[in-house]
Ligand binder design. Structure first.
Ligand code: NAD
Length: 355
């Protein structure tokens, strides 16, 4: 979902004294509680593009946290690496960069909590944790909740059940067909789950090495473009964002789209195009919330992994209520989700109890 509001409460831009890199942290909102959002390390043409990204991403995290039922706001860290440099950010240089990031996070004094994102890993979080405790998703062996992709996939499967029950009430998943785009950490688990339920599968990945999975599942292997246009009941985007555009929506042959990929719409107005074509779109900001729910539940609320999984399954009923609200009011699921965010931020709707 592209962000509607650029209203960050606090933004800080630092040049890391050890690494010389620009570190930008945005705490978009702390109205419901500390701001949550991962640390992205990525090359940008200049730090200004990194600033645009951090504002947009932290605002999207405010929506994600509110829709996940968490008493948290959204935040983000972007380290805007110089894209003309071929510097290798491993070894001691990485350690210096991570120490710089940790020191900036620490200045937020717990009003912002970071975690992994593009370009960072649970192991990196362990390094950050040596200088600031405001970090989620360290490796399990080091006391964190580890890689969030499995709970994210669980949230996707709960969402697929909700979408199918809403669109085809009483229909068994084994009679429906799905096209999964991207068979990485999340998509491979979702594909396994669908295959185990006997659903007809079409799959795609730009990495030909993932084709083995298609053979294991008895799935049809196609190009990513064919997967998006496939004549299936549900398209499940689990690769990159921005795939739903006016042009691509015109070429869809599915009845619903629901997947983990962040920011699937190129623009908010594309939600109306999907609606007009009768394609039910499950807002990715709800569908992909499993990772954040699990890490907060385990690390901040002290729940067991099994209890956290139960919370993640709550994505299903939450999505059902957003889809039902949209249908009742004749609005897009995007608008219904945005209205729910506003209701949470204004205190008209409570989150999930803390424990
Ligand atoms: P991943 O990097 O493990 O897997 C992505 C897969 O998509 C890879 O196999 C890659 O080869 C493939 N891919 C890349 N570009 C492609 C394209 N154009 N067409 C088809 N396949 C392509 O990532 P992941 O952790 O599985 O996450 C998948 C998506 O879900 C991403 O958009 C991510 O931002 C989002 N997401 C992930 C999490 C999480 O906890 N991992 C949480 C929230 C959202």
């Amino acid at each position: 979902m592209s962000a509607a509001r650029i209203t960050a409460e606090r933004v800080r831009i630092d040049r890391g004294p050890r690494s010389g890199q620009t570190i930008i942290v945005s705490a978009d909102s702390t109205r419901l509680g500390p701001a949550l959002g991962g640390c992205r390390i990525k090359s940008y043409p200049s730090w200004r593009e990194g600033l645009d990204d951090v504002l947009r991403l932290s605002a999207a995290m405010t929506e994600k946290a509110a829709l996940a039922g968490l008493d948290h706001g959204g935040g983000k860290t972007v380290v805007a690496l110089d894209d003309t440099s071929s510097a290798d950010w491993t070894g001691p240089r990485r350690a210096d960069l991570l120490d710089d990031i940790a020191d900036v996070v620490e200045t937020f004094d717990g009003t912002y909590i970071t975690g992994p994102d593009i370009g960072t890993s649970p192991q990196d979080m362990a390094r950050l944790h040596s200088r600031t405790r405001h970090v989620l998703c360290r490796p399990e062996a080091e006391g964190g909740s580890g890689d969030s992709s499995v709970p994210t996939a669980l949230g996707v499967t709960a969402s697929l059940e909700a979408v199918c029950a809403h669109r085809w009430p009483g229909t068994d998943l084994s009679t429906l067909s799905f096209s999964v785009i991207g068979l990485g950490h999340v998509g491979a688990v979702v594909g396994d789950w669908l295959a185990a339920r006997g659903a007809a599968l079409t799959v795609a990945d730009i990495d030909p090495g993932r084709r083995d999975l298609a053979e294991r599942w008895g799935a049809r292997w196609v190009t990513p473009d064919q997967a998006l246009r496939a004549e299936v009941d549900v398209v499940v985007p689990c690769a990159v964002g921005g795939i739903l555009t006016p042009a691509s929506v015109g070429g869809l042959h599915c009845h619903a789209v629901a997947g983990a990929a962040n920011n699937q719409l190129d623009h908010d107005s594309t939600a109306a195009l999907l609606h007009d074509r009768g394609v039910l779109w499950a807002p990715d900001v709800i569908v992909s919330g499993g990772g954040i729910i699990a890490s907060v539940s385990r690390e901040l609320h002290g729940l067991t992994a099994a209890e956290a999984q139960e919370r993640v399954r709550g994505i299903g009923p939450r999505l059902t209520s957003v889809l039902a609200d949209a249908e009742r009011r004749g609005i897009t699921p995007l608008q219904a989700a945005r209205d729910l965010v506003d209701a949470r931020l204004e205190g008209r709707v409570n989150g999930t109890p803390a424990a």
